[in-house]
Ligand binder design. Structure first.
Ligand code: FAD
Ligand code: MLT
Ligand code: ZN
Length: 454
């Protein structure tokens, strides 16, 4: 699958053990988490450090062989798996994690460090990390930077972009850029780290990140609230937001709760069933729970609620939300469309989706959930394997009519290349392509991701 001269030079760089050509072993890297995207790689190469990454990229560039970068392979849009005989560059060995710099509340982490490893490391030093998501055991720093990951803490700390102080990265020609000093103010020219956040492996291989740390959340309380519909959820959020202690606001619906309960054997969270559920979490010092419960009791949208101010109780309430992804994937291979709309249009989107999707395929099973605060709904459609394009077209056009984005946090990948123009103007796409051609003139990095390269 790979020409011998390139194979020899890659082995000379990373060592025999870290060039994988065996088909069975390669296969474990070649299917994405959703099982919707797969391909064949020329080989898997696992460099140990930035110098090896640079040499691998230079050799692949000289040979004109494309490269796809992979971190934890938890991406949802097919961006981290090969399409057709790319060299798959795995960052798993770029896992060095430096000591926390308490004075600046920052840390330097290798691209292959997993989120959970980073979280444990910084928590031991009395800090926390601003982004959290359910794939924390596998998602890597490099992948989260490359996709500008969002997660469940965007309300309090923003997306991955807001956590990145600097980056080290390698361009397709093997040249290395390094901005890891941790300077908060450094206005000398274009901000390359910002450009690489969200670039989905198409502009460079990120090898390390200098990350901002945040204070621990403090005393927390979570509430799972039953409400009538998405409009009630939006209205409830508007009445608790000014508490100033809100740390998360998520939404899911009866269909998803049923799947989660069937998949996890969790009990019904409330005595009765409700059409819509809002998971709210407050965190502060001193304890914000009493004020939180008092405010909820004053909100007419609340049909019922369960509040947890202990860790076990909070984890149990979060399980209802975080188990959605695995519960849906246990039912089949879902078409996953991660979208966002202005929060004022959220209820309209939720109400319009069933009709839009059933017009394409009446057999569809629709499961919605997501990040209420950001107007970010994860549209999961089961039984749509043979009409995925038409369902995608219907959903993304609806989102576009509501002035939303075809991708809220997962990126474009290969999944949404054909619909980029619904959210980006021709002028923006032309500028993005100009940047791509400037930094990767041979278009060797992640071909087919973000741009239609046919
Ligand atoms: P991969 O899947 O390996 O790659 C993702 C993309 O980044 C690919 O295009 C790849 O080429 C590129 N890439 C990876 N590493 C690098 C690098 N070092 N340099 C350059 N490019 C690179 N996402 C959210 O935003 N919010 C959520 O709440 C969320 N929850 C999730 C829950 C579950 C259960 C799962 C399975 C996924 C979830 N995700 C979520 C999606 C996924 O975890 C994120 O997109 C994450 O950022 C991917 O990281 P990764 O290391 O797995 O990247
Ligand atoms: C989530 O919010 O749980 C993730 O983005 C995963 C998903 O969309 O399934
Ligand atoms: Zn999400």
């Amino acid at each position: 699958m790979i020409a011998k001269p390139l194979d020899d030079s890659l082995r000379a760089i990373v060592g025999d053990t870290h060039v994988i050509t065996d088909a069975d072993v390669r296969a474990t890297y070649e299917v994405d988490w959703t099982r919707r995207f797969s391909g064949t790689s020329a080989c898997v190469v696992r460099p140990a450090n930035t110098t090896e990454v640079a040499e691998v990229l230079l050799r692949c560039s000289d040979a004109g062989v494309p490269v796809v970068t992979q971190g934890g392979n938890t991406g949802m849009v097919g961006g981290g798996v090969p399409r057709d005989r790319e060299v798959l560059l795995s960052t798993v060995r770029l896992d060095n994690l430096h000591e926390v710099d308490a004075a600046s509340a920052q840390v330097s982490a290798g691209a292959g460090v997993t989120l959970s490893h980073l979280q444990n490391h910084v928590r031991l030093a009395g800090f926390d990390f601003g982004v959290d998501l359910a794939a924390r055991e596998s998602a890597t720093v490099g992948g989260m930077v490359a996709t500008n990951a969002g997660g469940i803490r965007v309300l309090r700390h923003g997306s991955m972009r807001a956590q990145v102080i600097g980056l080290e990265a390698v361009f397709a020609d093997g040249s290395v850029v390094r901005r890891m000093s941790g300077l908060i103010k450094d206005n000398a020219g274009y901000d390359l780290p910002s450009l690489l956040v969200g670039s989905e492996g198409t502009l460079a291989v990120i090898t390390a990140a200098r990350l901002r740390l945040v204070p621990p959340l403090g005393v927390r309380a979570a509430a799972l609230v039953g409400v009538d519909d998405a409009q009630a959820a939006v209205s409830l959020l508007s009445k608790v937001r000014d508490l100033g202690t809100l740390a998360a606001a998520e939404v899911f619906f009866a269909e998803g709760l049923d799947l989660v309960r069937a998949h996890t054997q969790l009990p019904n969270p409330l005595p009765a069933a409700y059409p819509t559920y809002v998971l709210l979490e407050v965190a502060a010092r001193p304890d914000p729970c009493d004020e939180f419960v008092k405010r909820l009791s004053e909100c007419s949208e609340v049909r019922d609620a369960v509040v947890a101010n202990d860790v076990a109780g909070q984890q149990s309430l979060w399980r209802y939300r975080e188990a959605h992804t695995e519960a849906i994937s246990a039912e089949g291979i879902p078409l996953k469309l991660d979208v966002s709309v202005p929060i004022a249009a959220l209820a309209e989107l939720v109400a319009a989706l069933p009709t839009a999707i059933c017009a394409v395929t009446p057999d569809a099973r629709l499961v919605l959930f997501g990040h209420l605060n950001e107007g970010n709904i994860h549209v999961n459609v089961l039984n749509a394997e043979d009409c995925a394009e038409l369902v995608t077209e219907a959903v993304l056009r609806l989102v576009s009519r509501l002035n939303g984005s075809i991708s809220a946090e997962h990126g474009v990948g290969r999944a949404k290349v054909g619909w980029l123009s619904l959210t980006r103007s021709p002028e923006e796409i032309a500028a993005m392509r100009a940047i791509k051609c400037a930094l990767d003139p041979k278009c060797l990095l992640n071909p087919g991701v973000l741009f239609d390269d046919s």
